[in-house]
Write a protein that binds this ligand. Structure first.
Ligand SMILES: CC(C)(COP(=O)(O)OP(=O)(O)OC[C@H]1O[C@@H](n2cnc3c(N)ncnc32)[C@H](O)[C@@H]1OP(=O)(O)O)[C@@H](O)C(=O)NCCC(=O)NCCS
Length: 235
């Protein structure tokens, strides 16, 4: 089962809780975050890695600082030396989200907002653009962001970044379920949903199956980390 946790970077937390999250991130991530000019960008970077470490440690029983994060040549992060644990991160607006599975995974979250359809004409497959034009005007942004997240989740699942042109494959949303048309011949299973506050989420995984999406409060994560730390010390 794909497990997805997300956190709200606008949640009010104490300085101690913030430091606790910083403390479980790698030095590289802390340095990367410190280079961002704006606080929300620093938070997205730190909270993302902290959330991934928290979830992976919970699943594997490894301690959070044993996990070594690496990246493939296109920047997709993975845990070194772990063949049965895969994760992917996304951030948009006020949320940071992490998906975890035992096989390859890609997720994308986007806040639905008003956007020029020209972006779809320029980057999407022609069939997707035609589909967007066929929607009622008030449904178009929803459809645009649904396609956007589906496309990104697939690219993130493949882990190749923008090496894969966005018009090299397309999604058909006319039927009862999402249909991917691609020459990759990879059995990818893609689902899409909406999370609160008008955000589209798409998840691409190796096998079909249930997806559990759960919002976590940062303070609960921190107190859980504290409890686990105590258990480690007591062993
Ligand atoms: C980097 C990229 C993988 C995702 O970018 P994004 O959608 O802006 O960002 P998201 O918040 O969804 O994801 C960022 C996270 O994906 C992960 N990531 C980075 N490179 C990745 C890759 N090649 N494959 C999978 N995941 C990747 C990282 O964990 C990153 O977060 P971090 O830097 O805090 O660790 C890339 O596909 C991209 O630049 N996309 C933008 C394309 C675009 O303009 N699309 C518009 C029309 S669809």
């Amino acid at each position: 089962m794909v497990e997805i946790y997300y956190i709200d970077i606008e949640e009010e937390i104490s300085g101690l809780d913030h430091d606790a999250l910083l403390g479980i991130c790698s030095r590289e991530k802390r340095m990367e975050a410190s280079r961002f000019r704006f606080e929300p960008d620093r938070k997205r970077a730190v909270y993302g890695e902290a959330l991934a470490r928290y979830m992976i440690a919970g699943k594997t029983g490894l301690s959070m600082n044993e996990l070594i994060f690496d990246k493939n040549r296109y920047g997709k992060p993975y845990i070194r030396g772990q063949q049965r644990i895969f994760f992917n991160l996304s951030h948009s607006g006020r949320y940071v989200i992490c998906g975890l599975d035992q096989e390859e995974i890609g997720i994308d979250l986007e806040e639905v907002k008003s956007m020029d359809l020209g972006i779809a004409r320029k980057f999407f497959h022609a069939n997707e653009y035609i589909y967007l034009l066929s929607r009622e005007p008030e449904q178009r942004m929803d459809a645009l962001f649904e396609l956007w997240t589906l496309k990104e989740s697939y690219i993130k699942y493949l882990g190749v970044g923008l090496q894969k042109p966005l018009d090299a494959f397309y999604f058909n949303l006319e039927g009862p379920s999402v249909e991917l048309h691609s020459n990759d011949r990879i059995p990818a299973f893609i689902q899409s949903c909406t999370i609160k506050g008008g955000y589209k989420l798409a998840v691409c995984a190796d096998s079909p199956g249930p997806i559990r999406v759960r919002q976590m409060a940062v303070k609960d994560i921190v107190s859980d980390i504290g409890r686990r730390g105590l258990q480690h010390m007591q062993k």
